[in-house]
Design a protein around this ligand. Structure first.
Ligand code: ADP
Ligand code: SF4
Length: 681
């Protein structure tokens, strides 16, 4: 069926002039990190190329270091330190331009927010400052010669960027990660020379670099500014009605484009748990188009085409900027263009992508399992090899792993039966999406179910708990078991390797019980040994229900892993504000009459917490009993996937389902079939 675009979205497909270049539409992939950078250049180029293919008119790099005095090892970001770095950029440029998109590069010098662990060059900034999270490392104050040298490095890097073939170059002052922003900020800058004091002085370096970049490459390349108009710190920081506005007024027509957002990165890329609505930055950036005649880009997890078109029509934005929505669905523009709105894989705002970058590995995405795999596994988000036989496949369990596996097998053309024990599709996402702040997680289910429901080669069965016997009787040759995992009730986990003492005399509910709606009251201890989001949201649910909640963790902070999704500080704040008692650096050691006994992880000193109910959020047991029961069945394929194979994140379950479908009826090892980027000497 040929679909056509909704005329209300035509405005999104108008070309827009940016300095000497023309963007073919208004979809703009803003610079974003991805954990690949200079170490995985082929992976990077393929990933960016897929976005251009998907219709993003402008596709940008991550931050690209201009000099060894700004290196963020062990992170994987871009580099243009020297001419030798040009060729890998050329790969990315080629991949983007091959699809008619403009390639943009974001140059950076991080000044006092870089640690230079590798280069061992003392970091520098507008003023001497301690660098957080280091062994007493401090940035030194830059003198005039340093400033002159810095301007030269920016110029040299701009020339290299032009040589690599980029169409657009950024002068970047955002996320509290650029020296140009540090000079602007009173927090970082207490200079008394011509670079400090008044806003005209603090903006001087930014202006100089912008003017010199234009002079060096502006006749051939569009010169964009990325600028944080607000830091959400009130008068302590840059504000959109204070210094932020002043900077846009002072530089107004100088750049060819304004890409504006809020700082720092955790504010810019807030999770859906804390910023549930798309467009959460709109009110901060609204003034920009009133101050400049140049095109304006903004972000805010935009996924709705109506909302995008409205923002353009209302004069808020000229370009729809996106990082995460372009990761979750690189083909979002194409799908809008072709009127295939139901095919859009909407970002759920979980920041698993960010966690990949923060862990210095190629990023991953909950919704889009192909991201990061474009080169090494040759996975395309919209294409998959057709079937090799007509043999039917049974997928048992309709959580994220089962849904993704069934969807991709169906796309390959196989006859697929998907059987789900419960009365609802979605498995864990259906349950978790009902917890506070996780409503958007349901998109993982909905995107896949809307596809599966209308496929002629798919049969969906609810309320069908299958036994090994049932499956053997079905005489289907290929079976994937996506039956999930169950939270343990005995508190065994990473800090307690044996069942907790005293369980039998106590009321204990697992997270599964809480999600199933069991009634809980009184004093509850949530023992969070999982340390991702679930312990925190379960605690929130219980607080909302009027329980008195103590969260115990052996870590020094609550939900520690959410530091990697940039939301830990918000998790802890919310729990404190909702009235939770936070007990950190304590292990749970046993239950006694009316209380939970904890021990300090350092001293072992015990403490008693009055408790009517314990909720251990510790570890899950794979539901793999069917696998054992089918060992003697006459099957060509029998595999556990997702949490039934190895409990992990939703992203991992989707990935597992996808991998199984791609590898179905393919000979050989599943897990290690990917190309490796090697250093060649
Ligand atoms: P994953 O994250 O790996 O997709 P989930 O726990 O989200 O796992 O989903 C597993 C799904 O499998 C649940 O919806 C569960 O009801 C279903 N399920 C478990 N056992 C059976 C079974 N024997 N027959 C059919 N469905 C099952
Ligand atoms: Fe969105 Fe989560 Fe994918 Fe990131 S990982 S793009 S936040 S769905």
């Amino acid at each position: 069926m040929i679909m056509s675009r909704d005329p209300r979205h035509d405005i999104l497909f108008e070309p827009v002039q940016i300095g000497p270049k023309v963007a073919r539409n208004r979809f703009y992939q803003v610079p974003h990190c991805n954990g690949m950078g200079y170490r995985y250049p082929r992976s990077l180029a393929a990933m960016r190329g897929v976005k251009a293919e998907g219709g993003w008119a402008v596709v940008c790099t991550e931050e690209v270091e201009i000099h060894p005095s700004t290196e963020v090892m062990p992170a994987n970001e871009g580099r243009l330190w020297a001419d030798e770095d040009i060729s890998y950029h050329a790969l990315t440029v080629e991949a983007i331009q091959a699809h008619g998109s403009l390639a943009g590069i974001e140059l950076v010098h991080q000044g006092p927010t870089t640690k230079n662990r590798y280069s061992r060059i003392p970091p520098m900034g507008p003023s001497a400052r301690a660098i957080a999270g280091t062994n007493s490392l401090q940035a030194r104050t830059m003198d005039r010669a340093d400033i002159k040298a810095l301007r030269g490095w920016y110029r040299d890097a701009a020339l290299r960027a032009r040589q690599a073939g980029y169409d657009l170059i950024y002068v970047y002052a955002g996320h509290d990660l650029s020296i140009l922003q540090h000079f602007l900020s009173r927090k970082w800058n207490d200079r008394t020379d011509e670079y400090g004091g008044s806003i005209e002085n603090r903006v001087r370096l930014f202006r100089e670099v912008l003017e010199e970049t234009k002079e060096a490459v502006g006749h051939e390349m569009a010169v964009a500014v990325r600028f944080a108009v607000d830091e959400l710190q009130g008068p302590e920081g840059i504000t959109h009605d204070g210094d932020g506005r002043a900077v846009v007024e002072l530089l107004s027509e100088l750049p060819d484009l304004w890409d504006v957002n809020i700082s720092d990165w955790p504010n810019d890329s807030q999770t859906a748990r804390f910023a549930p609505d798309e467009g959460y930055q709109d009110d901060y950036i609204r003034f920009v188009k009133q101050v400049t005649g140049k095109p304006v880009v903004g972000v805010g997890r935009y996924t709705s085409p109506d909302g995008m078109a409205k923002r353009v029509r209302d004069g808020l934005l000229d370009f729809i900027g996106a990082a995460r929505p372009s990761i979750a669905d690189p083909f979002l523009p194409k799908k809008i263009e072709e009127g295939r709105l139901e095919d859009i894989r909407e970002c759920i705002g979980c920041n698993i992508c960010v966690s990949g970058d923060n862990e210095n590995v190629p990023y991953r995405c909950t919704q889009n399992p192909t991201v990061g795999e474009e080169w090494r596994r040759e996975w395309h988000p919209e294409k998959i090899a057709m079937k090799t036989t007509n043999e039917p496949v049974l997928v048992v369990g309709a959580g994220p792993a089962g849904l993704e596996c069934a969807m991709q097998l169906s796309k390959r053309g196989y006859p697929v039966t998907l059987a789900e024990a419960s009365s609802e599709l979605g498995g864990r996402v259906t349950k978790e999406a009902k917890l506070p702040g996780l409503a958007s997680y349901i998109r993982v289910r909905d995107y896949r179910v809307q596809y599966l429901q209308v496929q002629a080669n798919v049969e969906l069965y609810l309320e069908s708990p299958l036994t090994a016997e049932d499956i053997a009787d079905m005489e289907v040759p290929h079976v994937y078991l996506a039956t999930g995992a169950n939270w343990r009730r005995d508190a065994v986990g990473s800090s307690l390797r044996h069942p907790l003492e005293g369980l039998s005399n106590h009321t204990v509910f697992s997270p599964d019980d809480i999600m199933a709606g069991v009634s809980v009251s009184g004093r509850v201890v949530v023992y969070d040994d999982d340390n991702y989001y679930l312990g925190g949201v379960i605690a929130e649910k219980l607080l909302d229900a009027g329980c008195s909640v103590t969260i115990v963790t052996s870590n020094p902070i609550i939900s520690q892993w959410t530091e990697l999704t940039m939301e830990q500080h918000r998790v802890q704040k919310r729990l404190i504000e909702k009235g939770a008692t936070l007990t950190v650096s304590k292990r749970l050691v046993r239950l006694e009459e009316g209380c939970a006994v904890t021990a300090c992880v350092f001293t072992g000193q015990e403490e008693r917490i009055a408790a009517d109910v314990l909720v251990p959020v510790t570890e899950r047991l794979p539901e793999d009993s069917l696998f054992a029961g089918l060992q003697d069945a006459d099957l060509k394929t029998l595999k556990c996937i997702g949490d039934a194979f190895a409990p992990a994140s939703i992203a991992a379950a989707v990935y597992s389902g996808h991998l199984a479908a791609r590898r179905h009826e393919v000979e050989g090892e599943d897990l290690q079939v990917f190309k490796t980027e090697r250093v060649t000497v």
